[in-house]
Design a protein around this ligand. Structure first.
Ligand code: PLP
Length: 456
């Protein structure tokens, strides 16, 4: 029986919901990423590591809000912190400076000392938008280089070659720029400079060629949050960019406080010029942070006197000398900062054991696949990993990932739904503090039963 048939039988309320949703939203979706075929599950309630769909089916959730919910759903400490904060503050939005903005900045700096000065935004996307603009303001150059397969949010200049179609052409020579969305001008795509991950030599050549127009290189230093950089790759990229006068931006939206508390830069001891973080640090609420060298961040200070809403602009200033405008009604939202700080409170004592549990769980999963004679490899680090159906020993970049058997992986994921295990088909596994031994054991038993059924 095809897993879609079983799925459809068990999820009639999700289907009914999707039909209603399609009347008011394109494709029934508010975010394309939530979609999968035949239709996504509609969830009604969640608690700890479990959630329940509209038909009342129970699942152990490994999507965890795309990695954001590192304490699990509805953690009492976060809930209490938010309730207390509303009581104490008397509101949830000041629209003025307040204490927690500084408390959070200091807390982030404890783990990310490279973030000498910090600005808040409302998502990883917004954080990257600000980071790239800061880089342009600082350098007076207007192109950004990015890596094939790396996602930085739905920003035109970065929504290129995130998920290009399968091709063997031109990786080391410099991958082609392929737009990931309609509605983007050809100019944006023509301007994109795409780099191959884990190939320092090619990166050096491509960057040298474009150094006069490049403001920055942006990278997910652990590709997709799961593919590790080869030894010294990040150090070499740091040296090359420094030599060429190009800024280096680490997008640690997925990895900060999940791959390691100190992020990938902490593991590999590389200092980027700018860093963006999000997800975990917002405790499951919309949040993004940009931080980096004080002399770059300082561009956004209204004290520079050319902010369009504060201070005066001097007519002699050159475009690249102007202060940079950064604002947002909800930036530094008091309640979201309370949720983020409460999340970090718990995580500080729990992270190490969460990583140990994740490592053990990965080993057990590998053992199950081996027992059934199915080639499988997990890639990742900390509390996040991917299950890849592949015989390859090495996964070094997007194209290696693409060559894995994604159709079978999606089929397996759908078969696991019926056994009460959820991640969005094909997605990463994000564990949380709430994934206790019982949940992990239940998941392993489900795998042991479903793997041969779905894959043999
Ligand atoms: N950067 C990376 C590495 C991400 O994984 C994501 C989201 O998945 C983003 C940026 C965009 O963040 P957001 O969805 O909060 O806008």
């Amino acid at each position: 029986v095809h897993p879609d048939e079983v799925y459809t039988e068990r999820t009639t309320e999700s289907l009914a919901h999707m039909e209603r949703a399609r009347e008011v939203m394109p494709g029934g979706m508010t975010a394309n990423i939530k979609h999968f075929t035949p239709y996504p599950l509609a969830i009604q309630r969640a608690e700890g590591c479990r959630f329940y769909d509209m038909d009342g089916n129970e699942y152990i959730d490994y999507l965890m809000g795309y990695g954001s919910l590192i304490l699990g759903h509805g953690h009492p400490h976060v809930r209490e912190a938010m309730m207390r904060q509303i009581e104490e503050d008397g509101t949830w939005l000041f629209g003025t400076p307040h204490e927690r903005e500084v408390t959070m900045a200091r807390r982030i700096q404890k783990y990310f000392p490279s973030m000498e000065q910090i600005r808040y935004a409302n998502s990883g996307t917004e954080a990257n938008l600000l980071a790239t603009r800061l880089a342009m303001a600082r350098t007076g150059k207007y192109k950004i280089a990015k890596f094939e397969g790396h996602y930085h949010g739905a920003i035109d200049s970065l929504l290129v070659s995130v998920h290009p179609p399968q091709t063997d052409a031109g990786f080391h020579e410099g991958p082609h720029a392929v737009p990931d969305s309609g509605g983007m001008s050809s100019e944006v795509v023509d301007n994109a400079i795409i780099l191959p991950f884990n190939d320092a030599k090619s990166c050096a050549r491509i960057l040298e060629q474009h150094k006069d127009e490049l403001a920055a290189v942006i990278i997910e230093p652990m590709e997709g949050g799961v593919i590790a950089p080869k030894s010294h790759f990040l150090q070499k990229l740091r040296q090359i960019t420094e030599k060429l006068g190009i800024l280096l931006i680490f997008d640690e939206v997925k990895t900060a406080f999940r791959t390691a508390m100190e992020g990938v830069q902490g593991i590999y001891n590389v200092t980027p010029d700018l860093t963006t973080i999000g997800k975990v640090v917002g405790g499951g609420f919309p949040f993004g942070v940009v931080g980096g060298k004080a002399e770059i961040m300082e561009r956004s200070s209204p004290l520079r006197g050319s902010d369009i809403f504060a201070g005066e602009s001097s007519p002699e200033q050159q475009p690249c000398e102007k202060a940079l405008f950064h604002s947002g009604t909800y930036n530094g939202h008091p309640l979201i900062l309370a949720a983020g700080l409460a999340t970090l409170d718990i995580l500080e004592s729990e992270f190490e054991s969460l990583v140990m549990r994740t490592d053990r769980f990965r080993e057990e999963l590998s053992r199950i696949f081996k027992k059934h004679g199915i080639p499988m490899k997990t890639v990742g680090s900390g509390a996040m990993f991917s299950v890849l159906l592949t015989e390859r020993n090495e996964i070094n970049h997007y194209r290696d990932m693409q060559a894995c058997d994604h159709d079978s992986r999606k089929k397996l994921d759908k078969s696991l739904f019926e056994a009460g295990v959820y991640t969005k088909p094909g997605n990463r596994y994000s564990l949380s503090v709430a994934h206790d031994d019982q949940a992990l054991m239940q998941t392993l038993q489900a795998y042991d039963r479903v793997v041969p059924e779905a894959l043999l």
